[in-house]
Design a protein around this ligand. Structure first.
Ligand code: F6R
Length: 364
């Protein structure tokens, strides 16, 4: 049942505030992060020397963001792998390696195979899974559930948001156990996390503006998404959301890579979506916007409220509310989900069931 919404995807986008809160709240006790299901003492957390995050599709994109958060806050080296690559590449497992498998369905064949490969090598596997009792949940050593509820639309939205939330919590927990964040810093970041649901609601309430903009691009043939650092990870997801449901060719590029090839594809009227949520990288990405603008691109930017510099260079700017830069993905992805959705329905496509795609990929 779509609960009064035109499509499951729209309904599920609107369920994100609750899904994020439901994933967050059970793990917060008086401002402390408690993840009982992790089954690891602080001592064991301190021993971790390497993390592999393994997943497919959008779940993989949450891992790309989480790498920045784990490395930035907990100073543990992280490799993020596509499950279909990881399982065949003979990865190096040390004694103090933790493998995190991220999956909504818990049934993705390659992710399950990667889990088994890790376990066969005696490595501890933590599953971040949405479907209770699914194969990955059953076979992982420990499971941290994302409490998104059933997700029906093929294009993931609320599961993606809860996968991010779960990984933020883990990174904060690991950083605290390793003595890299004190109680005050944790409390401050936890209060930012607690504000996410209401901030996501605010972004969803501006959906008509995104729809108006999307309607101008129904005939686009190619769209490019650019960003640096976490903004690159956000771009990966924005691009996938658009292409899978609108059938428009789109690509995400690390903004600094543009001049190594892709910029040759920029021509008059080409839509470029630039993501700028990381203050330390604003200036660099702004210079990339200037470069594509001078070749005729039309630039839509997603940036933090207050970063009005972007208005001087981009054609259309969407602002996200203030949060810790590590958590910005949770907000910036909302207008990008809406953009993909409105382009798809504007073109009259079956947004909940795009051609050739299955909700759960149980074949290799
Ligand atoms: C994209 C999408 C897919 C999934 C991927 C992994 O919107 O939904 O890319 O993220 O197939 O699926 P799970 O998380 O079930 O392992």
């Amino acid at each position: 049942e779509k609960g009064g919404y035109a499509h499951f995807m729209l309904k599920e986008m609107h369920e994100q505030p609750k899904a994020v809160a439901d994933t967050l709240n059970p793990r917060l006790r008086d401002g402390e992060i408690v993840i009982e299901e992790l089954g690891m003492s602080d001592d064991e957390i301190r021993q971790i020397q390497k993390i592999y995050i393994v997943a497919c599709g959008s779940a993989y994109h949450t891992g790309v963001t989480a790498k920045y958060v784990f490395e930035g806050l907990a100073r543990i080296p992280v490799e993020v792998d596509l499950a279909s690559e990881f399982r065949y590449r003979n990865p190096i497992f040390g004694e103090n390696t933790l493998v995190i498998v991220v999956s909504q369905s818990g049934e993705t064949a390659d992710s399950l195979a990667a889990l088994r490969e890790a376990k066969a090598n005696g490595v501890r596997v933590l599953g971040i899974v949405n479907v209770v009792g699914s194969s990955i949940a059953r076979e992982a050593d420990n499971v941290m559930y994302t409490w998104a509820g059933p997700e029906i639309a093929v294009a993931t939205t609320k599961a993606y948001s809860t996968q991010l939330t779960a990984q933020y919590l883990l990174a904060l927990k690991f950083a605290q156990a390793r003595g890299l964040l004190n109680a005050e810093e944790i409390a401050c970041m936890v209060s930012d996390l607690k504000r996410l649901p209401e901030q996501i609601s605010l972004l969803l309430s501006h959906k008509e503006n995104v729809q108006k903009f999307a309607n101008r691009y129904l005939a686009a043939e190619h769209v490019f998404f650019i960003g640096r650092g976490i903004d690159y990870a956000i771009s990966l997801e924005g691009s996938l959301k658009l292409k899978e449901i609108s059938y428009i060719h789109s690509e995400a590029y690390a903004a600094g890579e543009l001049k190594h090839g892709t910029i040759s594809l920029i021509e008059d009227g080409r839509l470029v979506v630039a993501v700028l949520t990381q203050p330390s990288l604003y200036r660099k990405t702004i210079s990339n916007i200037v470069e594509v603008k001078s070749r005729g691109a039309f630039v839509m930017a997603v940036t933090n409220v207050g970063n009005t510099e972007v208005e001087k260079v981009a054609d259309y700017v969407i602002y996200i509310p203030e949060t810790n830069p590590y958590f910005a993905n949770s907000l910036a992805v909302i207008p990008l989900q809406l953009f993909g959705y409105y382009v798809s329905i504007g073109k009259g496509l079956d947004v909940d069931k795009p051609r050739n795609l299955a909700k759960s990929v149980t074949v290799e």
